[in-house]
Design a protein around this ligand. Sequence first.
Ligand code: AQP
Length: 334
Amino acid sequence: TPRIFSGIQPSGGLTLGNYLGALKRFVEKQDEGIETIYCLVDMHAITVWQSPADLRRQTREGAAAFIAAGIDPKRSILFNQSQVSAHAELGWIFNCVARMGWMGRMTQWKDKAGKNSENASLGLFAYPALMAADILAYKATHVPVGEDQKQHLELTRDIAAKFNNDYGVNFFPITEPVIEGAATRVMSLRDGSKKMSKSDPSDQSRINLTDDADAIAAKIRKAKTDPEPLPDTLDGLKDRPEARNLVNIYAALAGLTPAAVVAEHAGAQFGTFKPRLAELAVSVLSPITTEMNRLMADPAEIDRILGEGSARAEAIARPILDEVYDIVGMVRSR
Ligand code: AQP
């Protein structure tokens, strides 16, 4: 039977990219009645320095975003990673399964460590092994993610296969990535070649789930575009990454295909299209923002939900981890 796992780092405020690429699809999977486990991956977040106060606030805000977007903590398991020690424990075992060469080829590592990799944390390098542990601690079969996580999911498959092969077992499933929809890669509003990211130094590059209507409208108005109007077919968006990005965002928010969006707005100038997009974005995001703000007023209730989710997650992961220790040959005498 399918079991879905996915996570988001509480390394900043969530963006429209996280919403369209991840959260929105997490809710769809839950509503299809599939078993869904969703995690605020706080241990991943500290691979890059986070102040303790920010990490706490971002974790609670992330949980509020999940619930506001439609995750029901009764139907889905919603928790934060550090409360379930199976992630760290299996992560260590996978550090010993994964190869240095595999990790060194990860584009996220290369992008985030940059030219100064001597100074990056060891955790940042090992990030994909912990991610594999997040998924495989539950033997999850499907992982909905944005396009940027595809390479890490392939590594998860390699780790599962190597573990199975090294120990001569057929224990871990080979996980399927679920990358679907019009906005699996939302790009920066300032640069069509970079993904929209919560850690981009420019706040103008992204729409945050906490932005109000005026901020959303202003950011879309100032978004980089080109002087051409919208074409009548998608072909006309070739080599126009910023224009294509706004069309994709519109499509994802409206539940349309990008082709339908260009057909509907053919010939429109961006001066006309942008206010339409802003209005649509506000209509989708403002109920979420309002609900997030309501939830954030009661952090104790958020903590209670995360605690309850953690206990349910632990109940699934612990027996799987016990079997892993047994397979590996660890003596377990209590
Ligand atoms: N721009 C994006 N378009 C579509 N999907 C996206 N995701 C992230 N950015 C986009 C998806 O959101 C999920 C959670 O991502 P994450 O928090 O684990 O970290 P990330 O992918 O590294 O996202 P950010 O926002 O860029 O965070 P920072 O800046 O901290 O690195 C994933 O499913 C991801 O695909």
